[in-house]
Design a protein around this ligand. Structure first.
Ligand code: GLN
Length: 621
């Protein structure tokens, strides 16, 4: 294959290269013997050898004979067991089939006499007990049920190999013995031949190596088929299957396998093996020569190598709890986009420590969330408002939900507030959102954006120190922008001022308009916003909100340009408007008036710039 074709087919990637080399190397292994006790299986080409790895997002990598069909055999047991759990629930299934390893071969004639049930669903006895539970009015309907259960995992319609089925029927006397023994002791209740027929058929379902990898990846993916997106099995039952696979899937080799390979796995006598790394991949291998335990020799070698090369043993630690806190900031350094009057800014400078913002990152599970809530608890000694910014959190499990609810309750008891930002009712943190919304008093604790969370904390901090001003009662002299003007100059301004009232939602200034007035907010809150064209529609980006004492449109005094943003009243707002032109004119006769206003504006600008620089520095750390 030339390089270009290889690249287009996507065969040149690291995993493909690795698998091709692995396949080449393990092809040399010719130990073991094919199973001949089912005559039809003896006809297989012993050299066949395929490897497939499927990821939980549906990429399937293959090497060798990954597309050659063969019968699934005992690997079907894992999936039929899953079916029974979903249909009957854990308790009932456990009453009928145990979860203890036998330490014996797959076809051993040992039964758990104490509990009157087969030991586990991975040996033939347990698999037959599970086959009895497959639902359907007629034998055909039950076969159809079994096929569709397996097909959901494979993501395509699977079919039975009739020759192999007939061959098993004709020679499966040991299985008959097991079934009759179980009937004798009341472990099964229906005619053994009916159960045996379903069992032989489920063993005779044809799959390829790629199918096996996808079936395994469905288990790795919490029961959701990564190709079709279909839920093949509920998550809780996946855990049950994997547990039993881990202890019993490889029969009397399960302990050694777990020790060396460390992946829940299942094998079949035709030479297939599946292995699962939860959350990551499913592996399917096929090569017919078997070892003494009845496992594909090459299959075992392949799984062992993959596990060692990539350190995939499930008891290895693949998570890091420590990196959960990305950054900690205080409300003295980081501010919302709400522009504040100087006295409010001073307050926040002084008391902003009482607001804390923690940027959280990664996945929230028990280990990482424990670190997080431990830190929040420490901080809460000196902080009243603690915001968790969850923008960089991609997942939160039940443990995380539980710990955050406990944290919230504990903080509330001490008069502290826990605020979660970047929380949405849909998306990745939907279940955490639902949990927190249901648990709390619902009052302003969950925010879509961190800025709204910050603003809410600032507002309630400022309200708690209770000197919010209503400037409609004040004289112009008390406005910061007019600070330092003498009485005559104030009087001149009073002659010019136009008090204006805007209703909630009303646009005060429109982007692109000529700037004729500059304003000072006397009462209410207004928002500076930009309209951004996006996918044909307009999206509104909030730049800042302004409250009493803050001026806007004052840039016109300096550059006389056009409006650079929309300004909209959030609520009923009273503003003082001043004509820019008139002010400029007045400057000719009262130069000090204009100079003082400009000076005040400059001081304000430089203070904002300093604050912005400080914030950038804090965010860079
Ligand atoms: N059909 C085979 C049997 O019952 C399945 C055994 C296996 O794959 N280990 O003998």
């Amino acid at each position: 294959m030339d390089m270009k074709v290889a690249a287009e087919a996507g065969l040149g990637g690291p995993i493909d290269r690795y698998l091709a080399a692995l396949h080449r190397r393990i092809s040399e292994v010719r130990d073991g013997a094919i199973a001949t006790y089912i005559p039809e299986l003896a006809k297989v080409d012993p050299e066949l050898f395929g490897i497939a790895i499927a990821t939980v997002d549906g990429r399937v990598y293959t090497a060798g004979d990954a597309g050659v069909p063969f019968t699934i055999q005992s690997i079907s047991k894992a999936f039929v067991y899953g079916y029974t759990l979903a249909e009957y629930g854990r308790d009932y299934v456990l009453s009928r089939i145990g979860v203890e390893p036998t330490g014996e071969a797959f076809n051993s004639i040992v039964l758990d006499e104490v509990h009157n049930r087969p030991f586990n669903p991975m040996v033939n006895a347990g698999a037959m007990a599970a086959a009895e539970l497959i639902k359907g009015e007629t034998p055909e309907a039950r076969i159809a049920t079994m096929l569709s259960a397996l097909s959901r995992f494979a993501g395509r319609s699977l079919h039975i190999d009739d020759d192999v089925h007939r061959s098993e029927q004709a020679t499966g006397h040991r299985n008959r013995a097991i079934a009759y023994m179980m009937l004798n002791s009341g472990m099964i209740h229906s005619p053994p031949e009916t159960i045996l027929d379903i069992y032989f058929r489920q063993c005779s379902v044809r799959v390829t190596c790629s199918d096996l990898a996808v079936m395994a990846a469905t288990l790795a993916n919490d029961g959701v088929n990564p190709l079709t997106g279909e839920v093949a099995l509920e998550r809780d039952y996946v855990q049950d299957i994997l547990t039993v696979m881990n202890s019993c899937g490889m029969y009397n080799y399960a302990g050694q396998w777990s020790y060396e390979v460390g992946m829940p796995a299942k094998s079949g006598v035709s030479g297939g093996i599946i292995a699962i790394i939860p959350g990551q991949i499913g592996i399917g291998v096929f090569s017919p020569r078997l070892d003494l335990h009845g496992h594909s020799v090459r299959g075992v070698r392949v799984c062992k190598e993959i596990s060692e090369t990539f350190g995939l043993h499930i008891f290895r630690n693949h998570t890091n709890s420590g990196a959960v806190i990305r950054h900690e900031l205080t409300g003295a350094v980081v501010r919302s986009k709400r522009m504040r009057a100087p006295h409010e800014r001073e307050r926040l400078d002084k008391e902003g420590q009482r607001i804390r913002l923690i940027e959280v990152q990664g996945g929230l599970f028990f280990g990482s969330t424990e670190r997080l809530v431990r830190r929040v608890d420490e901080i809460s000694v000196e902080a009243d408002y603690i915001i968790l910014d969850l923008r960089r959190v991609h997942d939160a499990d039940t443990a995380a939900g539980r710990l955050l609810v406990e944290l919230d309750t504990g903080l509330a008891e001490r008069g502290r507030r826990l605020i979660l930002a970047h929380m949405r009712a849909d998306g990745r943190l939907a279940s955490l959102h639902a949990l927190m919304a249901a648990h709390g008093d619902g009052e302003a604790r969950l925010f879509e954006h961190r800025d709204n969370a910050l603003e809410w904390c600032e507002n309630s901090l400022l309200a708690s120190v209770a000197d919010a001003r209503d400037l409609t009662k004040f004289s112009l002299a008390q406005l910061d922008i007019f600070k330092g003007l003498d009485r005559d100059e104030i009087r001149v301004l009073e002659g010019m001022v136009r008090p204006m009232v805007f209703e909630a939602g009303e646009t005060i200034v429109r982007e692109g308009d000529e700037a004729r007035l500059f304003f000072v907010v006397a009462r209410g809150v207004v928002t500076v916003q930009l309209r951004i064209r996006q996918d044909g529609g307009d999206r509104v980006l909030r730049v800042a909100s302004l409250g009493p004492g803050v001026s806007f449109g004052e840039m016109a005094l300096i550059d006389g340009g056009r409006r650079s943003a929309d300004i909209v009243a959030d609520e009923r707002a009273v503003c003082y408007g001043f004509s820019v032109e008139q002010l400029r004119e007045t400057g000719k006769t009262h130069p000090n008036l204009l100079l003082t206003i400009m000076g005040n504006m400059m001081r304000d600008f430089s203070e904002r710039l300093r604050r912005a620089n400080g914030e950038i520095r804090a965010l860079e750390q």
